[in-house]
Write a protein of this length. Structure first.
Length: 333
């Protein structure tokens, strides 16, 4: 799915807003899923969506032009209510400007149903839920690829870098490859249907901006070749439905060795997961969440339980999630 990033004409693909003419009372509630970015070896170019956790946005059409935020829950007061500083409202504003609908008034409620700073695309889930809600209210039936640049604007505000490996799978669902950023070229990848993901979020703080700053800016050719081979092997395994090849390919010699130092007992947890039958194990996004691919749901539950027990033993709280790859993306609830 290639993005030509052409602005929509004001009337292209659009129907009247719900409720007719944009009056108060038109509303929609949208859930958008968490995502696992990088997928070990694919730094900034690979990601997939999961069923849970995720975020929910309730959006209402108002009579006064402009975007307001009336409520945010589940964030412990950490997120800004100012529409000029919130990733959801900023992304929606860019979208409305692109289609010539700055006359529209929208009020946003954001309900955080997932941890902030988890490495699971928290800002992406919120942003995508907001964009999908606005798209739904406008009756916009265009390809979701048109919303990707606006979602990336939200990521740029959240972490200083407009990468797409979280927002793209949250927006499209499934397993996604960002082949190129300039020009933006995104590919939806197949995947084995029986592939499950076990996710554990340790209750430790690993801010995304700081996690990016510790990554090496120069690498040697030997490491680069190893990484290229692993990315190619992972993509091949997804196409070939070869879970063994997927597992062999999910090794990272560039980013994981540095970021793993920020996650307590990372390598010990990896050994535990592999002993229980994991196909692979790695860091989700910038961390501190970790994830394992498994061949079935039962193994994923066993790994999640074991890792959470270990973290409890070293006095670290955690959240655990088990999910297949989510092919649906955002949905109206």
């Amino acid at each position: 799915m290639e993005n030509n990033i052409q602005d929509l004409k004001p009337t292209q693909h659009l129907a009247p807003p719900l409720g007719g003419g944009g009056g108060v009372g038109s509303s929609v509630s949208v859930f958008a899923p968490a995502t696992v970015a990088n997928v070990v070896c694919g730094f900034d170019v690979l990601g997939f969506a999961v069923n849970a956790p995720g975020d929910e946005v309730v959006m209402r059409v108002t009579n006064k032009p402009g975007i307001t935020i009336s409520k945010i829950t589940g964030d412990d007061g950490r997120l800004p209510m100012d529409p000029a500083k919130n990733t959801v409202s900023v992304s929606v504003k860019h979208y409305l400007e692109s289609i010539g609908r700055t006359d529209l008034g929208l009020d946003i409620e954001l309900h955080k149903k997932m941890p902030i700073g988890s490495g699971l695309g928290s800002s992406s889930a919120s942003t995508v839920a907001g964009l999908f809600a606005a798209k739904t209210l406008l009756g916009d039936t265009s390809d979701p690829i048109h919303q990707l640049p606006f979602a990336m604007k939200g990521e740029e505000m959240a972490c200083g870098h407009g990468h797409a490996d979280n927002v793209a799978p949250a927006l499209f669902g499934g397993f996604v490859l960002i082949r190129s950023y300039e020009p933006l070229d995104v590919v939806r990848l197949p995947h084995p249907k029986d592939l499950y993901c076990a996710i554990v979020f340790p209750d430790v703080d690993v801010p995304t901006r700081e996690a990016r700053q510790i990554i090496r800016t120069k690498i040697n050719m030997k490491d680069a070749v190893t990484q290229w081979g692993n990315i190619a092997g992972l993509v091949s395994g997804l196409f070939m439905n070869d879970i063994d090849l997927i597992g062999r390919s999910m090794q990272d010699v560039l980013v994981e060795p540095v970021r793993s130092m920020l996650i307590p007992d990372f390598y010990k947890m990896r050994d535990m997961a592999m002993e229980l039958g994991a196909v692979s194990f790695g860091i989700s996004g910038s961390g501190p969440s970790v994830f394992a691919f498994t061949r079935d749901e039962a193994t994923a539950h066993a790994i999640t339980q074991k890792l959470q027990q270990h973290l409890t033993g070293i006095k670290i709280g955690s959240n655990g999630y088990v999910s297949p790859i989510n092919d649906a993306g955002p949905r109206v609830v």
